[in-house]
Design a binder for this molecule. Structure first.
Ligand code: SAH
Length: 223
């Protein structure tokens, strides 16, 4: 189960997620092994739980990052274009960028400027992250993620890291056909992951998945 996967090192955490069936695909395991969570989580980086990163945001739990990568994996090919909404710490943005190397691009959208900068700074802590920042494999931008990021659309995969109040049309429009969107959606005070597929002919299907607990996708704070 989720909470049993904690480890003393990044490698131990990822191995435990794997042993517990939360990572099943080798490419996801390799990508998560290659990004040290300690560069992104200021406290208890190798615990399988969300951690506060300031500004009322959290770095999601490792098993949720794994679930997102596993669900989006068929669309995370070398050269793919990906949108990561609510990029926060930057951890998942970096893991996604590892999965679409070489030639891929991940745009991280965050609406709190200090968190945009935190994502950039965290990614620059490793040589791999610096290379991705310098060669355009990762770009962090400030914006309202409910509108997606039209400038680099269409996206093969879109990840939303905060619970949306509905199925934002802009995100579905910015998906490539074929493409896949992974997002937590809030309905009647419950949140569930939805996997939304846009098929080659443009048809859109929604699949409701596990119950989750994410911070909400909101208006930017005014202070
Ligand atoms: N994937 C990130 C999750 C951070 S928590 C990680 O694991 O580190 C969710 C993030 O969504 C927060 O950083 C919050 O500031 C951001 N957020 C909330 N509403 C948003 C919006 N409308 N547009 C962009 N980012 C938003």
């Amino acid at each position: 189960m989720a909470w049993r996967s904690s480890g003393a090192t990044n490698e131990a955490l990822i191995e435990n997620l794997s042993k517990n069936g939360l990572i099943t695909q080798d490419r996801v395991k390799k990508a998560m092994l290659s990004v040290d969570r300690a560069h992104y989580a200021p406290h208890a980086p190798y615990e399988d739980s969300p951690q506060p990163i300031g500004h009322r945001a959290t770095i999601s739990a490792p098993h949720m990052h794994a679930a997102a990568c596993e669900a989006l994996l068929p669309y995370l090919r070398p050269g793919a274009r990906v949108l990561d909404i609510g990029s926060g710490s930057g951890y998942l943005t970096h893991v996604l960028a590892e999965l679409v190397k070489p030639g891929g691009k991940v745009v991280g959208v965050e609406h709190i400027q200090p968190l945009v900068e935190m994502g950039m700074g965290n990614t620059r802590k490793s040589a791999e992250g610096r290379e991705l920042m310098d060669d355009g494999g990762i770009r962090y931008v400030k914006g309202d993620g409910r509108l997606g990021w039209a400038g680099e659309a269409p996206y093969d995969a879109i990840h939303v890291g905060a619970a949306a109040a509905g199925f934002h049309q802009a995100l579905i429009e910015q998906l490539r056909a074929p493409g896949r969107l992974f997002m937590p959606v809030e309905e009647e005070q419950m949140q569930h992951i939805y996997v939304i597929d846009k098929k080659e002919d443009g048809t859109v299907t929604r699949t409701k998945d596990m119950g989750v607990r994410y911070v909400p996708l909101t208006d930017a704070p005014t202070e």
